[in-house]
Structure formats: C-alpha cells, structure tokens
Design a binder for this molecule. Structure first.
Ligand code: MG
Length: 335
C-alpha cells in the first residue's frame, strides 16, 4: 500500500487579516486528483472560526498541487465550510461569482522578507537605516539585492508545483520582492496565489526568516507593498470599445468603499497619493498612469481597446479571493 502526504491548506478566521493554516493527512493508494481528496475537518475554536462547544469546521478540497518541498506529497487548497455544508463567513472563495471562468486574473504579489530577530526587513541594519531607495529595484549585487536564495527557491518550487508564475523581481525597498501569478479563472488565480504564499512562508522558515505581508511594513519614505490586480472578462478582451472600458471604470468609481473594504487592512498607510499610489479616498482611471486607482495599460489601447485593466489599490495583505470577488461583481454590473 502506498502512502501519500496531503497537506490541507486553509485560511483562518482572524480579522482583519487572515493567515494560512495547514495540516497533513496520510492517504493510502492516493489517486492524485482533487476528487480523490476526502473532505476533512479541523478545530475551528483554535482558529477564530467556531466556539469551543461547537468547534468542527469542514475542509472542502478545491485545488491540488504536487508538493515540491516534500517526498510523496501534495498541497491541497481547501475552502472552509460550516458543519452544515454552507460556506463559512471566512470563506471569500465561495463569494466569487465566476463559475464559467470567464474572468482572467493576474496578481502582482509584493512582500518583504523579514528578520524576526531585528523585527526589520532583511538588509536593514539593526539601528538606523540603509541607503535611501533607488538602487534596490530590479537590482543585482550584495548590499542591494538581499534574499535571493529564498526568492529563487520559491520560484523553482512554484514552477514545480504547477503554479503559473509569470515572473519575479526585486522591489523598491531593500528586502522587498514581487512575484506575479496569472490564471484564466478568478478562483484559480486565488488558489495559486495562496499556495504560492504558503510555499514562500515555508521556505523562509528554513532560513529562520519570516514573510511580512503588511502593506506598509516600514513607516517613512519606504515603498509599501501592493497586490495589483490585472483582470479581464471576455467582453473586455473582445469589445474594441473605449466606452465599455470607461463604463467599467465608472462602475468602480461608484463602489469605492466596498472595494477598499476588500483590498486589505491598513491600506490607508499605503494609498497616500505618494509612491505610485492614488489616495485611498479618491478614485481615478487613466491610460498608463501609475498614480491612478485603475490604470488602463497602453497595450489595451494599442490592441484597439481589447484587453485588461489594472486595479492598483489592493494591498499585499489582501485576500485575493475577496479582491477577485468584488472586481468580478462590479465588472459584471457594467458589462
Ligand atoms: Mg511591483
């Protein structure tokens, strides 16, 4: 009888920012598909998802990936259900209204590699500050690009797991990096982004380092971290109409607070109008403008108004399921 490790991954119930949880199930003669993964359960009273006297929450497997960091193993992304089978309040994935996979998403996930000893980004001296921003973005060389062994190992593991990473780069603050995930499905983009986050945290453990997902990990003149959301549906990809794109952006302008609610905690510290952001209480859209809330990529215009939009407001600590969910709903209201 063969034994396979299935690492069930889910999101806990902490607010305002959920964290990843996981535990291992040993399966006998495992078939290798998500349908072969049994529904499982966990103690929701230990994750802010249930009371102790009624503590069982269910794990519904929704996506499976080979686990490149372990022998005979898979990573199983799971939705959290109440024990009556309804989606738990912490389950943002269940809210995505895209069952026909009409939406494509690409998330640009920024993060900071963090030293728990100093409680600072790696590359920061124990006291004082490193040289000001400028040399670190897309850099090479000791003292500028720090953390590369983690970033490279993460890239390899994601590709080995079948996660559709489109690229990586060093970011503007020292110790800050980015990876990009693209999927032709809103739910799948969320699944892959969360599993990529999981792998990154686990790899950093091996280096006695942490990943800080906060959107403004260092106050002052240091870039915050975002999760720009690029999106399209079949109308946007084929319409050839500037008016359609304008009406989508106008629909977004009417729902600013609903979007900001889904775009991550403490985002007011990041969306200040500085550091390539629009202020959190303002909304603007423009071609090629990185200071706008929504950027219309120049490629979309060059392709005759067929293509994607980029919402630049989501923060690095946002739940990609909730970000995708509200974007799908608002876009569908316009086209
Ligand atoms: Mg970036």
């Amino acid at each position: 009888m063969s034994k396979t490790k299935l690492e069930y991954i889910w999101l806990d119930g902490y607010t305002p920012t959920q964290s990843l949880r996981s535990k291992t199930l040993i399966a006998n003669d495992f078939g290798g598909t998500v349908e072969d993964c049994p529904q499982w359960a966990f103690d929701g009273s230990s994750t802010e998802q249930a009371e102790g006297n009624d503590s069982d929450c269910l794990l519904k497997p929704v996506a499976i990936f080979p686990d490149p960091g372990r022998k005979n193993a898979f990573l199983v992304m799971a939705e959290v259900l109440n024990h009556d089978g309804t989606p738990h309040a912490s389950n943002g994935r269940a809210l995505i209204d895209d069952d026909d996979d009409d939406f494509w998403f690409a998330f640009e996930q920024e993060y900071t590699i963090w030293d728990p000893e100093t409680n600072l980004p790696i590359g920061f001296p124990p006291t004082g500050f490193p040289a000001p921003q400028g040399p670190y973005y897309c850099s090479v060389g000791a003292g500028k690009a720090v953390g590369r062994p983690i970033v490279e190992e993460h890239l390899d593991q994601c590709l080995d797991a079948g996660i559709n990473l489109e690229g990586i780069n060093a970011e503007v603050m020292i110790g800050q990096w980015e990876f990009q995930v693209f999927a032709k499905s809103a739910k799948r983009a969320g699944d892959e982004t969360w599993v990529a986050r999981y792998l990154l945290e686990r790899i950093a453990e091996d280096h006695d380092l942490a990943i800080n997902w906060h959107c403004k990990p260092v106050h002052g003149d240091w870039n915050g971290s975002g999760m720009h959301a690029n999106f399209s549906n079949s109308v946007m990809r084929t319409c050839g109409s500037e008016e359609t794109f304008n009406s989508i952006c106008e629909a977004f302008s009417e729902r600013i607070s609903e979007h900001i609610e889904a775009y991550g905690a403490d985002n007011d510290q990041r969306l200040t109008g500085l550091h390539e952001t629009q202020a959190i209480d303002k909304f603007s859209f423009a071609i090629a403008d990185r200071g706008a809330s929504i950027r219309i990529p120049v490629g979309t215009v060059h392709d005759g108004w067929c293509g994607r939009l980029e919402d630049r407001r989501p923060a690095s600590n946002a739940d990609p399921y909730r970000v995708a969910g509200i974007i799908v709903t608002t876009t569908k209201s316009a086209c």
